[in-house]
Design a protein around this ligand. Structure first.
Ligand code: SF4
Length: 371
């Protein structure tokens, strides 16, 4: 059927799923959204897509061809103008996919092969409210606690699928009242890294949670933005630098492996040299240091733009969904699924998207390193 013939709409089969893409183009999330919808219907069934974005008329035929689907018809909703309706029949998607090649990044490193690691948001509230927080966390943020049982089931499925490392982030994970149990059920399956600002685990119940963790299976990744307090406290709040330093020393004294992550805007990144010297004094080796840029997500008023095409996927679960990348957790365009499980469904959607991107020769993606 000629997809340019508007009247062909009358001839298409019954619509099994309908999606309004609004103004989204394929780079800003439409690709992910329609891939998810196509996976929800059977081969031979039809998706009806509404769009107001003219570039979709050029991109969708290529996506359909590369995905193994048939674009049946395109029809303007108003004569000679958009918005448009497009009917796509599900074919047998091409599933060939291989691990992405290494690409340059802000900190050096290769992308983790898809499926090798998984991010879990344990909670979204935090004792801080950093100006660049990609998660929009603060003391007032809704906790959105991940139940221990959900984390355990995610870890089980992840390990069965061949996963090798779980990363627990937030918010501040040590504000989760059961972080010890949550970390333990994950560490039973794979090594775990807990991302923390290291400011709240010095005493009381949180100290006990920290001390209960298995040092052979749990690594701490601690945020420290500068050698001295000026920049760190400007970005994270007065007094936070000294408490983070105390936290690093405590974690090391308790026998934890410690990585340190710093976040810099371009105008500040020259300060990284001083930070490296301080980290050497603390005994943090170079492989355990990460210098990363601010991402334009959450509270940040600028920074690296995070899109499907600009970052490699780093699958991420929250209590209420699955996402393309942990720094894009406030961006609904990068939500992969409305439910965190089953994990295999999330991977299928992401692999379909990556396959199409690869097949189309998408270029320019980079690795936004978080570990
Ligand atoms: S960047 Fe980290 S420490 Fe700062 S508000 Fe966000 S979650 Fe909390």
């Amino acid at each position: 059927m000629d997809p340019t013939i508007a009247s062909a709409a009358e001839a298409v089969p019954r619509v099994a799923v309908e999606y309004d893409g609004g103004d989204m183009d394929c780079g800003s999330g439409l690709l992910l959204a329609i891939t998810t919808r196509m996976r929800s219907i059977d081969v031979g069934e039809v998706m009806l897509l509404h769009t107001r974005e003219p570039s979709v008329l050029a991109d969708l035929p290529a996506w359909a061809r590369l995905s193994g689907h048939d674009l049946l018809a395109v029809q303007p909703e108003r004569p000679a103008a958009g918005p448009w309706r497009l009917w796509v029949r599900r074919g047998s998607p091409r599933t060939a996919w291989s691990a992405p090649a290494a690409q340059p990044a802000y900190s050096s490193g290769a992308p983790a092969p898809l499926g090798s690691r998984l991010w879990l948001y344990s909670n979204f509230h935090c004792n801080l409210a950093c100006g660049y927080c990609c998660a929009g966390s603060s003391p007032r943020a809704l906790p959105r606690l991940m139940p221990v049982e959900l984390a355990g089931e995610a870890a089980r499925q992840f390990a069965e699928l061949g996963g090798r490392e779980l990363l627990i982030t937030g918010g501040e994970p040590f504000l989760h009242p059961q972080l010890d149990e949550l970390t333990a059920v994950c560490a039973d399956r794979t090594p775990v890294t807990v991302l923390t600002n290291a400011m709240v685990f010095g005493k009381g119940r949180r100290r006990a949670m920290l001390e209960s963790m298995d040092r052979s299976r749990v690594t701490l990744q601690i945020s420290l933005d500068s050698a001295g307090p000026t920049l760190h406290d400007r970005q994270r709040g007065a007094g936070s630098h000294a408490r983070a330093m105390d936290g690093i020393r405590l974690a090391r004294s308790l026998g934890f492996g410690v990585r340190v992550a710093a976040t810099y805007r371009p105008e500040d990144v020259q300060q990284a040299g001083d930070l490296h010297r301080v980290l050497s004094d603390l005994g943090i080796v170079e492989d355990d240091r990460l210098i990363r840029p601010v991402a334009h997500e959450g509270f940040a008023d600028g920074g690296v733009e995070i899109t499907l095409d600009s970052v490699e996927p780093e699958p991420t679960l929250t209590v209420d969904g699955a996402w393309w990348h942990p720094v894009a957790i406030t961006d609904d365009h990068l939500k992969v699924a409305e439910s965190p499980l089953p994990l295999a469904d999330m991977y299928s959607v992401i692999r379909d998207v990556v396959s199409v991107q690869r097949a189309a020769g998408a270029e320019g993606r980079s690795v936004f390193r978080c570990t």
